[in-house]
Ligand binder design. Structure first.
Ligand code: ADP
Ligand code: MG
Length: 242
């Protein structure tokens, strides 16, 4: 389980996250939705420790992550897989190196074990045999898949995906959503996906949190969302292309 309590974050005078409380459902795909600039990426980065929150706590399976020092965080970090916004692949590395890079950082595995693991992950995202290609040779959907392969390379207990559908055509977008759902079931992980794609919301949104101007404005299922009378949520839903 992932729990966030009273989380606050500012950049200078820009108060980006305001007193966020949320419990993400274990073993499910949880969604964070909200307009551009509402603080979605910042919230993900605060949860995984890439930004330090100004106040508040983040718990992974009841363990307070926020107050651990760098060394103490490593065991939890190893259980976190993350797909960054825009995939964030290293352009100078091959597909395989983009994946084994994470394993180099966090494991003592042999070179062959790392390659075997990369092969398993690439197969899992339907990119078997693409090991030696460079990111520039890949389509947007393939880059997302490599990003996902890297995110699952450590067998994550917690999987975070920032805008996995951005820049993809609708058909590819649905395949990526299905992949995220399948991986969540397969790894039995707790998954948090940031999106503003309404198809994803209707397809995989078991728990949805709506962020508006840095505040948690609403939470519920996609069915509840359709019946909601929260104006800010409805404005967001109806402004978003299906
Ligand atoms: P979203 O992902 O919902 O589009 P972000 O979390 O990226 O929103 O950004 C929320 C706000 O925080 C924006 O006003 C953005 O300019 C600001 N912001 C995000 N990251 C940084 C940063 N590293 N330094 C300063 N301001 C930032
Ligand atoms: Mg973002």
């Amino acid at each position: 389980m992932i729990e966030v309590q009273n989380l606050d974050k500012s950049f200078g005078s820009n108060h980006v996250l305001k007193d966020i409380d949320v419990i993400f459902e274990p073993g499910k795909v949880n969604l964070i939705i909200g307009g551009s600039g509402s603080g979605k990426s910042t919230l993900l980065k605060c949860i995984v420790g890439l930004h330090e929150p100004d106040a508040g706590k983040v718990f992974f399976d009841k363990q307070d992550f926020t107050h651990l020092d760098f060394e103490e965080r490593i065991p939890i970090r190893r259980e976190i897989g993350m797909l960054f916004q825009n995939s964030a692949l290293f352009d100078s590395m091959t597909v395989e190196q983009n994946i084994t890079f994470t394993l180099d950082l966090f494991t003592e595995d042999s070179k062959q074990e790392k390659i075997d693991r990369a092969n398993f992950c690439l197969e899992r995202v339907n990119l078997a045999g693409k090991n030696q290609l460079y990111p520039a040779e890949l389509s947007g959907g393939m880059k997302k898949r490599v990003g996902i392969a890297r995110a699952i390379s450590m067998n994550p207990k917690y999987l975070f995906c920032d805008e996995p559908n951005s820049g993809l055509d609708p058909a590819t977008s649905i395949l990526i959503d299905e992949l995220i759902q399948d991986l969540t079931d397969e790894f039995k992980c707790t998954t948090v996906v940031v999106t503003h794609d309404m198809n994803s919301v209707m397809g995989i949104g078991q728990y949805i949190m709506f962020l508006h101007k840095g505040q948690k404005f609403w939470e519920g299922s996609n069915q509840d969302m359709m019946n909601s009378d929260v104006k800010e949520l409805n404005d967001f839903v109806f402004a978003s292309p299906l």
